[in-house]
Design a protein. Structure first.
Length: 331
């Protein structure tokens, strides 16, 4: 076995599933910790299944969206010419889109349960269908679920570069409908808030999804590793800039003052995300100065180790985003 060569097993799939499960569990824990699941005396709640199920489903949907975008980015942008890896990326995208669709459909049901304060198992199909077609919140998540289901069926067929790019555009569009029903839709600066959140979601999807895809390629010891990572590096820098800029704009629109960063739960969560972003920026610098040069020497170990740590930290930020969406902004 040569330097930087690893056995051809499938730890990437296990890591992806583990990270998604960790994100979902941590999201539910954070919601509980901030008190959003505590019942109000005299007012019936939807129950613990919904209190925990909704953040778990949202985190799983986010993870599925990120993985779908990353796999399609790999097949449509990061690989040039005919390549066997592109076929695997198409299958990865189809599986991830299936997870995205199922989780988004669960979000519809759990959101209705949360709004009407009834256990999710007591809802009838007709009520869920009405919510998914007539209510803006339900319609947004239902549209995402339907689009993700379509991607799950079509992505395995997107084995050409052009096909993967078309599917990528659809996937990037599918992450946007929930933007219309979250904090941005009720903000005093609705247009700016929606634009900032949309840019933020695109940046996170491309950055985290792309890193997951090239990590999977590196773990499999594919010959395309160096090319994919080299092409992804400038895209990651652009995505980082988009995430930082949109996050700063969102914070400026929602926080009444800088002191709210230290005196409110919303501000504390923002500080946690900012700390994570700063750490990820350092990881990106390490990639450019150490792991990318090592890849040119066919040594993948440094890249795999740092990328695994980076993906773990990124996963921990997904529950923070879910918790932020359910945390009232400071008045």
């Amino acid at each position: 076995m040569t330097t930087g060569e690893l056995p051809r097993h499938r730890p990437a799939l296990a890591l992806g599933a583990g990270l998604a499960a960790a994100a979902a569990a941590l999201a539910a824990a954070l919601i509980a910790a901030t008190g959003r699941t505590r019942p109000v005396p005299g007012i019936a709640g939807a129950g613990r299944v919904t209190d925990w199920g909704l953040p778990v489903a949202r985190a799983a949907a986010d993870a599925g969206a990120v993985a779908t975008v990353g796999a399609l980015l790999l097949g449509g942008v990061l690989l040039s010419g005919p390549h066997a890896v592109r076929q695997r990326a198409a299958r990865w995208a189809g599986a991830a889109a299936g997870m995205w669709a199922v989780a988004s459909a669960a979000v519809v049901a759990f959101t209705l349960s949360d709004l009407v304060a009834r256990p999710v198992w007591s809802l009838d199909v007709a009520a869920v269908a009405r919510f998914a077609t007539a209510d803006p919140h339900g319609r947004a998540h239902a549209l995402t679920a339907a689009t993700a289901a379509l991607l799950a069926a079509l992505c395995p067929l997107a084995r050409t570069r052009a096909g993967a790019r078309c599917a990528l555009l659809v996937a990037l569009a599918a992450v946007l409908p929930p933007v219309l029903s979250g904090h941005s839709a009720v903000s005093g600066h609705r247009g700016w808030a929606m634009a900032a959140l949309g840019l933020h979601l695109w940046g996170v999807s491309v950055w985290m999804g792309g890193l997951l895809a090239v990590f999977a390629v590196a773990v499999r010891a594919d010959a395309a590793t160096a090319e994919a990572v080299r092409r992804f590096s400038p895209l990651a820098a652009i995505a980082l800039a988009a995430v930082a800029t949109s996050g700063a704009l969102s914070a400026a629109l929602r926080l009444p003052s800088t002191t709210a960063l230290l005196t409110t739960s919303y501000g504390t969560l923002l500080l946690a995300k900012t700390t994570a972003l700063a750490t990820l920026t350092w990881c990106g610098h390490r990639h450019r100065t150490h792991t990318l040069p090592a890849l040119t020497r066919a040594d993948r170990r440094a890249f795999i180790k740092l990328a695994a740590a980076e993906l773990t930290l990124m996963t921990l930020t997904l529950p923070l985003a879910v918790t932020l969406s359910r945390t009232p902004t400071p008045s």
